[in-house]
Design a protein around this ligand. Structure first.
Ligand code: GLA
Ligand code: ZN
Length: 685
């Protein structure tokens, strides 16, 4: 179990730092000097620099000004702080928008935007691509030998779509390639005889618009292909901007920062174009709509998904030291939460804790967004103290950097499936709760210290013991066979209602759901779906207990499977609700209804008991306390986190743990402050 190599060049430390915008303070050398003093106090060792600095780097077309950043970077380096240097394509200078309007995005209503905001360029425009390439080339040439440079932070949070004529042409070309120039094939896959939509020429095809917009919204094949094209074109844009970086600085790794379950892009397709994954995490701690414990669960799932794209540690690129500014209610983190939330990222595979932002700006829309340094300007704030504490702690956790996460369980999060479910008209039309359902199925594993990889349905399943596939509505070519093979080879699979219904172009599979051989593997045929009204409930009996169910009750026939649970009410009373099927060497469970949590938990805990996946050392944990583990050849690093606002205790069977912050034996009973965290090192036997 070898540790992974450092993600960034020449830096075997956990990174601690964040977005630094000295270009907002060019007239305040005193503040820039103070930044260095404060960064050292806070234990900062790396910053992301120049993310929105294009108008400073290239104040006039073709005139590059690196002098200011030279002095900033030299100064950082002399003080032991390294740089993830950004390419500035996330926001363009005004002169460019004025001279070349084609760089500005066209909205779905076919109106071009004005010069405004950020993250809103046309990703097809040859002019924009050329300008980005030129500035990136200049940056790479200028900084290629600078020892401060440890990684490229490419652009910022790519996202959105452009509907200009250039993008339409590129879309049509992409379609021609996908459908091998065969328009009939496209017509069949998009089901265009519906509402007389048969295309007779490629240039009749237009990008879709929202349902109340001017354009098409009801050919789901078109909408899905458009979304795929947007991902493709964004990656193509990114490759255009990374080409000079790769050529000029081959030793400097490249990343771009992802966002949560962002619907606009399929991140699973980016993995081959990046050296490591990074992401921006902003959980809604202390929101009364959800317990911190469940917020932690959802965040853990996100971290796991980021780790799973490349199966290696990732970088937490942004998080807030206190509040954000863009939620409806923006709450600062309560005492201890900053450390707990930061170490949660490390626990799930991050090799960093980075922030947006280092210092609060004076003006514009992010002036009240949390930052390490507040407007008061000094270090004597609660937030600065919290950050400095994390800085100290990360130094003591140094040996966790590169440690691996060993998962025997895979949960499928498939972006295209997500988008198809969203589009599907039927069932619960506007919110089918795919993400909530993923959280529901992730929870029992997370709660029990079982590590989970979160993967796309195109990924290899063969190394796992358990495959969990909630609402896998879209079964793409080859996936059906790979799931059946996984079970045949001895794996345990869990599938739910609304699964195996459509192919990758959203055409329904014929012959009964779930499609094809899945009916054999799971031993069921799902005939109908009863969609419940929001206030309606049914119940199922399982193992002598009654469990409340809601939203979906599928009416399913066992075709070889054993019925484990039955419906208690309605015309399908007594019918099967949960099925277990022995299929060749493995087991397949089909869960036909959505429960309120307890049934999923009971079933997943049965699977954990039967399959014995890798998990943290045994412990007695109260509700609200969770253990997560990374490991290397010698040690298990166990993060014990309390997401309640009360003091809690966790008791471990293995008494050999050392507390990594104090370096003292931890004993078997661990005390946790409210929102407290302890990191324990267990020797491997
Ligand atoms: C995003 C962006 C940052 C900043 C933060 C605010 O993650 O990348 O530039 O706007 O949000 O939370
Ligand atoms: Zn465009």
């Amino acid at each position: 179990m070898e540790k992974h190599k450092p993600l960034v060049r020449n830096m075997p430390q956990l990174l601690h730092g964040g977005d630094y915008n000295p270009d907002q303070w060019m007239d305040r050398p005193d503040i820039l000097a103070e930044d260095i003093r404060l960064m050292k106090l806070a234990g900062v060792n790396a910053v992301s620099l120049g993310i929105f600095a294009w108008s400073v780097l290239e104040p006039e077309e073709g005139r590059y000004e690196f002098g200011f950043f030279d002095s900033v970077i030299d100064n950082l380096y002399q003080n032991g702080i390294r740089v993830l240097l950004a390419t500035p394509s996330g926001a363009r200078p005004a002169w460019m928008a004025q001279k070349y309007p084609e760089v500005l995005r066209v909205m779905p209503d076919r109106q071009r935007i004005l010069f405004a905001h950020r993250h809103n360029h046309c990703y097809t425009s040859p002019v924009y691509r050329e300008k980005v390439r030129a500035v990136n080339t200049a940056l790479a040439e200028h900084y290629k030998d600078h020892p401060a440079l440890i990684a490229w932070h490419v652009s910022n949070e790519y996202g959105g779509e452009c509907h200009c004529e250039l993008c339409q042409q590129a879309f049509r070309a992409w379609l021609k390639e996908k459908y091998h120039g065969d328009l009939d094939l496209l017509n069949r896959q998009w089901w265009t005889p519906f509402w007389s939509h048969i295309y007779t020429s490629w240039d009749q095809i237009e990008s879709p618009t929202p349902p109340d917009g001017r354009g098409e919204a009801y050919l789901h094949g078109l909408t899905l292909d458009w979304k795929r094209f947007v991902t493709h074109q964004t990656i193509d844009f990114m490759n255009n901007e990374t080409a000079p970086l790769r050529a000029i600085t081959p030793g400097i790794p490249v990343t771009t920062n992802f966002m949560d379950f962002y619907e606009g892009l399929d991140y699973s397709k980016f993995k081959d174009a990046l050296d490591f994954i990074s992401w921006d995490s902003y959980p809604a701690w202390h929101d009364t709509a959800r317990s911190n414990y469940m917020t932690a669960c959802r965040t853990a799932l996100m971290h796991d998904s980021m780790r799973s794209y490349l199966h290696k540690p990732f970088i937490l690129m942004e998080s807030t030291p206190s509040a954000v500014n863009w939620k409806e209610i923006n709450k600062p983190k309560r005492p201890n939460m900053h450390k707990t939330a930061s170490l949660q990222a490390i626990a799930h595979g991050s090799d960093s804790v980075m922030y947006f932002q280092w210092r609060k700006g004076r003006g514009a829309s992010e002036k009240f967004h949390g930052a390490v340094v507040d407007h008061v300007g000094h270090e004597h704030t609660r937030v600065f103290g919290d950050v400095a504490q994390v800085g100290e702690c990360l130094k003591k956790l140094e040996c966790v950097r590169g440690a691996v996460t060993n998962s025997d369980v895979a949960l499928i999060y498939d972006h295209e499936n997500h988008m198809a479910l969203k589009e599907a008209q039927g069932f619960q039309k506007s919110d089918k709760k795919y993400i909530d359902t993923l959280v529901n199925y992730y929870y029992p594993f997370w709660k029990n210290g079982v590590s989970v990889d979160v993967i796309d349905s195109g990924y290899d399943f063969s190394g796992y013991k358990v495959l969990v596939m909630p609402m896998l509505y879209m079964i793409k070519e080859g996936v059906e066979e790979r799931i059946a093979q996984f079970v045949a080879n001895g794996g345990t699979a869990i599938m739910t209602y609304l699964s195996g219904m459509v192919n990758e172009n959203d055409l329904c599979h014929l012959g009964g759901f779930p499609c094809g051989t899945l009916k054999d593997a799971f031993g069921v045929w799902a005939e109908e779906v009863d969609t419940l009204c929001p206030d309606e409930r049914n119940a199922v009996s399982y193992g002598g207990q009654s469990y409340e169910v809601r939203d979906y009750c599928e009416i399913v026939h066992a075709q070889g499977a054993k019925t484990l649970a039955t419906y208690e009410h309605d015309f399908y009373q007594g019918g099967g609700a949960v099925f277990e099927n022995d299929y060749q060497g493995g087991k397949a469970y089909y869960i036909a209804c959505r429960d309120t949590g307890a049934l999923t938990q009971a079933l997943c805990e049965k699977v954990i008991a039967d399959t014995a996946p890798a998990r943290t050392p045994r412990a007695d944990l109260p509700v609200g306390v969770v253990c997560t583990m990374r490991e290397d050849a010698e040690n298990k690093y166990v993060f014990v986190q309390n997401y309640t606002d009360e003091i809690q205790f966790a008791t471990f069977e293995d008494t050999r743990a050392v507390d990594m912050e104090t370096n003292l034996p931890a004993g078997s009973e661990i005390e946790l402050d409210s929102f407290g965290v302890r990191v324990l090192r267990f020797p491997k036997d």
